[in-house]
Design a protein around this ligand. Structure first.
Ligand code: C2E
Ligand code: CA
Ligand code: CA
Ligand code: CA
Length: 279
């Protein structure tokens, strides 16, 4: 039976059945993963609509588990959040993503932005602003090359203090992106106050997109709202040319999805994205 309705229940159930690996064991493994250097980042390109150029990439966390192989974030982010380990793991992600972005910057991609996902727990960290500042400085990376992706619920948690933190980060010149847009509960008033530059339409709306259904209308409404709030509008989870055509026609500024490029290791990224431009 389902013992916990909170996020993470999938994790326990799937892992316990498939791997016969108990939750305590996973937690122990997760504790050691940082020092054992088992995390890595894959990068998924974001493209200017309809088909280029590349605007940058989203960094997506992966765990090379010694027994279970490559594990995706849906399998362990919940546990990392409940245990607090997401704070040091998140700091590692930010550092590694900025390090990678700097290598791209140095070969001429000075206009790219690297997007990093933030958890609510990191957000509540008092020194998040210092962490961002120090990480940028350590890699000598301009703030405009970094985007932080936060969900509505992440930002809503302790809304006033989150707004203040976000504003300070935005003041550094870092872009703020509202992730999974449309799945949260923010009021329009709150959205208006968020110092965001970008809005990402949740993959769920894109997935169910076909002519004439509600999702098409919802996406058009989100685009209109984003325009009003002066936000760059990104659609994620784009898998078909039909979706691509629709999203472009309603005015999405940028597209991300398997159609244009899957998340990939950094050594593949430059070649894969420059191939697409040539086509
Ligand atoms: P997200 O931030 O919404 O990231 C997008 C997810 O959609 C990624 O899954 C990506 O691989 C997947 N995706 C991209 N394009 C397509 C597509 O065309 N079709 C489909 N079906 N999926 C697509 P991934 O990498 O498994 O990450 C899942 C979630 O884990 C992320 O959702 C994010 O919430 C979280 N996550 C990933 N990396 C980090 C991290 O470094 N820190 C934190 N706190 N969370 C992370
Ligand atoms: Ca994201
Ligand atoms: Ca998302
Ligand atoms: Ca998500």
């Amino acid at each position: 039976t389902k013992r916990s309705g909170r996020n993470g229940y999938h994790f326990f159930e799937a892992s316990m059945n498939v791997n016969a690996h108990n939750q305590l064991q996973w937690l122990q493994d997760l504790r050691l993963a940082l020092e054992r250097n088992e995390f890595l980042l894959h990068y998924q390109p974001k493209y200017n609509s309809p088909n280029g150029p590349v605007l940058g990439a989203e960094a997506l966390l992966r765990w090379q588990h010694p027994v279970h192989g490559l594990v995706g974030p849906d399998e362990f982010i919940g546990l990392a959040e409940r245990s607090g380990l997401i704070v040091p793991i998140g700091a590692w992600v930010l550092d590694e993503a900025c390090r990678q972005m700097k290598t791209w910057y140095d070969i001429g991609h000075e206009d790219w932005k690297i997007a990093v996902n933030l958890s609510a727990l990191q957000f509540a960290q008092i020194d998040l602003i210092d962490l961002v500042k120090e990480t940028l400085a350590r890699h000598d990376l301009p703030a405009r090359c970094l985007t932080l992706e936060v969900t509505e619920s992440t930002a809503m948690h302790d809304a006033e203090s989150s707004l203040k933190t976000l504003q300070q980060i935005a003041d550094l010149g870092v872009d703020i992106s509202i992730d999974d847009f449309g799945t949260g509960y923010s009021s329009l008033l709150y959205l208006k106050r968020l110092p965001a530059n970008e809005l990402k339409i949740d993959r769920g709306f894109v997935r169910d997109l076909s002519d004439g259904n509600d999702d098409a209308a919802i996406i058009s409404a989100i685009v209109a709202l984003g325009r009003t709030l002066n936000l760059r509008i990104v659609a994620e989870g784009v898998e078909t040319t039909k979706q691509q055509t629709f999203l472009t026609s309603v005015g999405c500024d940028a597209l991300q999805g398997y159609l244009m490029g899957r998340p990939m290791p950094p050594d593949k990224f430059i070649e894969a994205t420059s191939n697409l431009v040539k086509n």
